[in-house]
Design a protein around this ligand. Structure first.
Ligand SMILES: Cc1ncc(COP(=O)(O)O)c(C=O)c1O
Length: 398
């Protein structure tokens, strides 16, 4: 509730339509989460200030072990951001010039930036319009095209678990095996998701995630992690994240970077992990409520069999997107468009645009809309959002 008074919203005709009482709906509510965890977070941060190991403190190893155990991964190493978590494994595999790396065009620009920073050529793949994730049939088609063209060598696939839903790793891992390619899962949005009972972090040989504050598990700044199903790989990542030095940190044995996570961020993440499962359960419950309420009005997110989304974001698809967004805005409800443009249409990436375009990605960017979803939203607030969405669609129907 703003200033303790009711929120008045107007409908499209300008009448005073609803008198809602209740708090303003936030797109993400990190303040409430902090209030809940304040004693623990404050104590954990104070511990770092007291021991003084601001870089490579004991929280780093503790977090890495906790994340590995939760994900069923053999080894996790923490890094400075989700982008570093993508770049470091590509560098470690020696992926670069002359290599083609396949990724969906409907994702955040960081996925493509990491590929290009590694020196490889991104090959954009279209998406499945139901799951919003990489379409494995189109992936096969794009690999065949690269092989036929003969200019680049198909080296790696970077599937993205968009909005929290694991990509179709059953098929993608098989395609990779067939072509002897490396799979690096971009799980920046999906920590907490699962596929056939196996958690994100162990669905591909290597998984990258981001702890950007608004992610399902968010730090108080930039941070990320790399998960491996095989421990040997992680030794090279540890070297790259520490300027490419040997384990004694005496000599540069490869090209590296400053890719380390701060101890304070690890302290925050360890605190948040104590309630992570509860938060995921709330996200799932609210997402299910959205789907029940909205399914006959708009396209709601669909998961492939056996897949459990982490519900990083809840995104609907509708021809009435503009009307819905306007109605939400009038009702003081935040929404966002992820993504207004598929990557192959961004100026920086047009040199890599497939010549026939990517019709599903292009259509999706015209119709997708993300609604508020976070663990501190109430069912009543979700119902308020749904009322506004359903009335806007009804009014906008011919
Ligand atoms: C799909 C995807 N990949 C990569 C990233 C990059 O993560 P970071 O911002 O931590 O570098 C993000 C962040 O939003 C993302 O959503």
């Amino acid at each position: 509730m703003r200033g303790g008074s009711a929120t008045v919203t107007k409908d499209r005709e300008g009448d005073v339509a609803t008198l809602e009482s209740g708090e303003k709906i936030q797109f993400v509510d990190l303040k409430k989460q902090y209030q809940r965890l304040k004693p623990l977070i404050d104590r954990r941060i104070q511990d770092v200030l007291d021991h003084g190991a601001y870089v490579n403190g004991p929280e780093i190893g503790e977090l890495e072990d906790t994340l590995a155990q939760r994900a069923g991964a053999e080894k996790v190493i923490t890094v400075a951001s989700g982008t570093d978590a993508l770049l470091i494994p590509l560098m470690a595999e020696g992926i670069g010039e002359g290599d083609a790396v396949f990724l969906p065009a409907f994702t955040y620009n960081a996925t493509a930036n990491a590929v290009i920073m590694a020196g490889a050529t991104p090959v954009f793949v279209d998406i499945d319009p139901e799951t919003y994730n990489m379409d494995p049939d189109h992936l096969e088609h794009q690999i065949a095209d690269v092989v036929a063209e003969g200019r680049n060598f198909p080296r790696a696939i970077v599937p993205v678990d968009l909005f929290g839903l694991p990509a179709d790793y059953h098929r993608i891992n098989k395609i990779a095996e067939k072509h002897n390619m490396f799979v690096l899962a971009d799980a920046a949005q999906s920590l907490g998701g699962a596929l056939d009972g196996q958690n994100v972090g162990s669905l591909a040989p290597v998984t990258a995630t981001s702890f950007f504050p608004s992610k399902t598990l968010g730090a108080y700044g930039d941070a990320g992690a790399i998960f491996s199903r095989d421990g040997d790989r992680a030794q090279v990542w540890e070297s790259i994240r520490w300027h490419g030095t040997d384990p004694q940190k005496k000599e540069s044995i490869r090209i590296g970077m400053n890719g380390r996570m701060d101890s304070i961020q690890a302290a925050v993440l360890l605190s948040k992990l104590t309630i992570f499962d509860e938060e995921l359960a709330v996200r799932r419950n609210l997402a299910a409520l959205y789907t029940t309420q909205l399914d006959t009005y708009v396209q709601t997110p669909k998961a492939q069999e056996g897949a459990l989304s982490a519900w990083g974001l809840y995104s609907i698809v509708s021809d009435s997107r503009e009307a819905i967004q306007k109605a939400l805005q009038d009702a003081d409800i935040p929404s966002a468009i992820y993504y207004t443009m598929p990557l192959h249409q961004h100026r920086a990436f047009t040199p890599y645009a497939p010549k026939d375009g990517l019709p599903q990605c292009e259509a999706m960017s015209e119709k997708i809309l993300t609604l508020p979803l976070h663990p501190y939203l109430s069912e009543d607030q979700v119902m308020r959002v749904c009322d506004v969405v359903c009335s806007a669609v009804t009014r906008n129907s011919p």
